[in-house]
Design a protein around this ligand. Structure first.
Ligand code: HEM
Length: 416
């Protein structure tokens, strides 16, 4: 009989409650990584809460936990007042879900207020929920045209894209992330129920990851190409850097309601993993620019070493069309193009021709869409890795500023 990781942990937490063992990290070594639960309850759910309130929404600079759902909705609210209702209902549910705790009112005569997918006492489980708006919300329906974030447009077709309209664009994007898939599903269904009058699900994608230690309180992960991913992300703990790269600041030329928000890019990028798995290791490493086992840049020894492209103008060590060289050439002029990535792996089974349908549920956040994702993707157009990946969906969105306190609601600065 095999016992899953969760079962072992739940058993440990119960058996060791008196001895304080419940505080063990999920690695079983005592190490707690960013994005990992610090403690788990007897059912295996994380006990760490995140705050729903602040200048910014959670789920952006907060460390990525192991599971996520990105769901995109179309708004069917008949008018602006209906859209306000959608946002208020959504925000109330977010506040309640992220607070965790006992599920309230119960009556046999009504549908249960909670689906109980995570039980009668909702665990915190590192849950965060992030709401973003797409450019289509600023069409004529709600009289918002003059409030559109300056750079928010429908995501264009980049040269390697084969976008599936059924998995692209939308009015409202929701990112739900937590330590367990159950917590994500629970929150997702509660949110759908709360906003049913004003929204229709357009597309969704689930994702997962496993954090690897990076030292200095940071973590990367491994993507489904088998490479360490997230290594060179700007550190979210550096608030000053986040203010310059991620959060829209007053005076940035954006509508004033958008201060504290950020441009949110989602890309569903399919990987041709069978082809990749038949590709020589050396080629794989040159296409990325890093060693596959350690994650070190090809001119370094440790994952956190910095690559020096300046020493290699001819591309002897780093291919000139290699991923990290193009994504971040590390020149003074390209510093402003740095983005905060928060991607997850995805697996959707297999396609009709018997090939695995796996890839990267890529997300990134930036204060300027043009200087961030668009500049980086434009440099990546034509990269060697394109043979192995095909972007098939996603969209451009704007993550709303945060809720300040319990009576606040997401979208207040935009809609009132
Ligand atoms: C399936 C598609 C992709 C794969 C497999 C992939 C993989 C990787 C890997 C393995 C790294 C090195 C580790 C790290 O620093 O995170 C990396 C870095 C990076 N990637 Fe990607 N990536 C993909 C798509 C993208 C896209 C669409 C963008 C943005 C347009 C992007 C932007 C970056 C950036 C900015 C870095 C950091 C470069 C640095 O600062 O050294 N990646 N990626």
């Amino acid at each position: 009989m095999t016992v899953g990781r969760r079962g072992v942990l739940a058993g440990m937490a119960v058996a060791g409650a008196g001895a304080g063992l419940a505080a063990c990290g999920s690695k079983g070594t005592g190490a707690v990584l960013p994005g990992d639960p610090h403690t788990r309850n007897a059912d295996g759910f994380g006990t760490d809460p995140l705050s729903a309130f602040g200048l910014h929404q959670p789920g952006i600079t907060t460390a990525a936990p192991a599971h996520a759902i990105i769901a995109v909705f179309d708004s069917v609210a008949p008018d602006r007042a209906g859209l306000v209702d959608t946002c208020k209902w959504f925000s109330r549910e977010v506040t309640s879900l992220m607070a965790g705790g006992e599920v309230g009112h119960k009556s046999d005569l009504y549908p249960p207020v909670d689906n109980l997918v995570v039980g009668p006492s909702r665990p915190a489980d590192g849950l965060s929920i992030t709401l973003s708006v797409g450019s289509s919300l600023f069409d004529r329906r709600y009289g918002l045209a003059d409030r559109k974030p300056r750079q928010l447009e429908p995501m264009p077709n980049f040269p390697n894209d084969q976008l599936d309209p059924a998995r692209t664009h939308g009015d409202l994007a929701v990112q739900i992330s937590a330590h367990t898939p159950e917590t994500c599903q629970h929150a997702f269904r509660q949110l759908m129920r709360a906003t049913r009058a004003g929204t229709v699900l357009r597309w969704m994608q689930e994702g997962f990851l496993q954090p690897n230690t990076l030292g200095e309180g940071r973590a990367s992960t491994r993507n489904l190409l088998g490479f360490k991913d997230g290594t060179a992300n700007p550190p979210p703990s550096n608030a000053k850097l986040m203010d310059s790269l991620v959060w829209v600041q007053p005076g940035a030329g954006e509508p004033s309601w958008a201060t504290g928000g950020t441009y949110h890019v989602v890309r569903i990028i399919r990987m041709h993993v069978e082809f990749w798995d038949r590709t020589p290791l050396r080629t794989q490493e040159q296409l990325i620019g890093r060693a596959k086992d350690t994650g070190a840049p090809l001119d370094g020894r440790a994952e956190t070493d910095l690559p020096n492209f300046g020493h290699d103008p001819g591309g002897r060590v780093f291919r000139r069309d290699g991923h990290i060289r193009l994504a971040n050439p590390r020149t003074a002029a390209t510093e402003k193009n740095r983005i905060l990535r928060r991607g997850f792996n995805y697996s959707r089974g297999y396609s009709a021709n018997g090939q695995l349908d796996q890839g990267l549920l890529f997300q990134c956040f930036q204060a300027s869409l043009d200087e961030g994702f668009v500049a980086v993707q434009t440099r990546l157009n034509g990269e060697g890795l394109e043979e192995y990946i095909t972007p098939v969906g996603g969209g451009f969105f704007f993550a709303l500023p945060g809720m300040r306190e319990a009576n606040d609601w997401l979208g207040r600065s935009l809609l009132s």
